[in-house]
Design a protein around this ligand. Sequence first.
Ligand code: C5P
Length: 235
Amino acid sequence: MIKKEMLYEGKAKQIYKTKEDDKLIVLFKDDATAFNGEKKGQISGKGIMNNKISNIFFKLLADNNVPTHLLEEISETEVLVRKLEIIPVEVVMRNIAAGSLAKRLGLEEGTVMSQPVLEFYYKDDDLGDPMINEYHIYAQKMADREEIARIKELSFKINELLIDFLKDKGIELVDFKLEFGKGSDGKIYLGDEISPDTCRFWDSETREKLDKDRFRRDLGGVEGAYQEILRRLQG
Ligand code: C5P
């Protein structure tokens, strides 16, 4: 597939047009940012690792009837994807309190939630992705009720599938972020990526952090943590 002009460059990925209107190429970069771009850096080999990690998750989901944008892995850092009209809502699923939830509710990091918690955020860098609820989504026409019902159903299903898959690999799924979009067929598809950039993964026994929190919090061993996740997923 021939890569044409770049459509968009995000913090961790570049998006290119292809000669087919309904297909795009996503390139995973080594660049890492945190705190809405305030902290910048590079994680050596991240583009390759996140592409591989995300594709393992997306294939697992597709095998379990979750529609995703992934069409084909075309290189170590690139995938061919279905073009989506992105819904400007980020879904965060949480199983264990950490990060902004621990802070907002005054919970000790590591507190196990008695049921999964789903949150919505408005995808807007200038506003710092504020937390919203369904009323904001409908009032601002970010998505309709039917689309949100489907997004919630898929998000809980994805959480169950990932928890199960990761349990065998000794990884606890603390929380993660999802993005959805609408295909030209009007259906809802999972877009973006699922990787240590967008999830919190803890070692089940030691609770060692194996994700981007190592970069955010200057804990060291960032590349090693991403490598460890890839190794366990492939094993
Ligand atoms: O920062 P917070 O605790 O709200 O993040 C929850 C989860 O969502 C984390 O796994 C984080 O990596 C992910 N996230 C993300 N992109 C954002 C915000 C959060 O991938 N813009």
